[in-house]
Design a protein around this ligand. Structure first.
Ligand code: F6P
Length: 347
């Protein structure tokens, strides 16, 4: 009986071991469809290193989904983790491919991946990249894990995305400089930060820079109230002001003109633009890149049957269904917005 049990256990163990062995991936691919965000290369470097340790072949797909269709693949040998940590952008390049939702395009992409023997896919990017990954999976059924990276920080299911911290710090540094001119000329500056549809950068930067007002697409801007507050502040001797506006707020130039008319002050618009996407990643963006990537890689090795994404929730790195993330809407923190109102001297 004892013997039987032992041999039975052995058999079970051997079978289990064999199953795990047969599940070990030999070749996975990595893609960064876009846009770039500081810290993506830290994630890439992490995956290069971990796959190298595990002797899993890592194929890089250049130029996002367009490169996949064009079979623009590269081996990722000879690239060092330590070099990648401090470099922004993405060494795999990115390109937006709007047709990457059409059935014939997705079928072609799926066939290319299968012909290449790709057994797992890691996608690093924002909402558009995630949608592409989910659509592709419907045809390829290749295990897929997504890593949230966008300076906009607008992905549902994660408190923070790779690159957000660096972009905020870059904007803050720029605003410090603009403030020097604002003080000297006693001007009001409307500083536009990135965020095509959302106000995450604007809100964070508005609070951290001590801006007088923050304009975000999620809240109807109380323009009259702000104008009155700015005028009152000027009469009290606060003759300069910074208004941080998200790119997604429409009619920013008209708003600046409105403030000029109402306050009698000179109002200038300064668009920070793409400088926010570049620059050496901060410690936080690098660490998010490293931690997201190492977790995503572990999840991928388990061959998930549904596409997953990794994220940060209350300080913990977590995983959730990619589809859930795509369907969700990340709310702006209204309490933070209210806090800014309390801190500003114009309300
Ligand atoms: O990465 C996000 C973002 O920076 C948005 O805030 C911005 O509107 C957009 O990308 C612009 O990117 P592109 O010009 O590369 O499409």
């Amino acid at each position: 009986m004892k013997e039987f049990k032992t041999s039975q256990n052995c058999k079970v163990l051997t079978l289990k071991k064999l199953t795990i062995l047969s599940n070990i991936m030999e070749r996975i691919a990595l893609i960064t469809p876009g846009g770039d965000a500081p810290g993506i290369n830290s994630a890439i470097g992490t995956i290069i290193h971990l796959t190298r340790n595990d002797k899993i072949e890592l194929i890089g797909i250049n130029d996002g989904y367009k490169g996949l269709i064009d079979v623009d693949f590269c081996e990722m040998k000879g690239i060092t983790y330590s070099w990648l940590m401090g470099v922004s952008g993405t060494i795999l390049h990115c390109e937006r491919m709007h047709s990457f939702k059409e059935e014939k395009v997705l079928k072609k992409a799926s066939k290319i991946l299968k012909n290449k023997g790709i057994e797992g896919l890691i996608v690093i990017g924002g909402n558009g990249s995630f949608k592409g990954a989910l659509d592709l999976f419907k045809f390829s059924r290749i295990p897929t894990v997504a890593i949230p990276a966008t300076i906009d920080n607008d992905i549902y299911g994660t408190d923070e995305t790779i690159g957000f911290d660096t972009a905020c710090n870059t904007a803050l540094e720029a605003i410090n400089r603009i403030k020097d001119t604002a003080v000297s000329f006693e001007r009001i500056f409307l500083v536009e930060v990135m965020g095509r549809d959302r106000g995450f950068i604007a809100l964070e930067v508005g609070i951290a820079s001590g801006a007088e007002a923050v304009l975000i697409p999620e809240v109807e801007p109380p323009l009259e109230e702000i104008a009155k507050g700015l005028k009152r502040a000027r009469l009290r001797g606060n003759t300069n002001a910074i208004i941080v506006a998200a790119e997604g707020v429409s009619k920013r130039r008209e708003i600046a003109k409105f403030f000029e008319d109402k306050t009698g002050a000179e109002v200038r618009v300064s668009v920070l633009g793409y400088i926010q996407r570049g620059g050496s990643p901060t410690r936080r963006s690098r660490m998010l890149g490293v931690e997201f990537a190492s977790y995503a890689y572990e999840i991928l090795k388990e061959s998930p049957t549904r596409p997953k994404m990794v994220g940060l929730q209350s300080g913990e790195i977590v995983t959730m269904d990619l589809e859930k993330s795509i369907q969700g809407y990340k709310e702006i923190d209204i309490e933070k917005y209210k806090l800014h109102r309390k801190l500003s001297n114009i309300y």
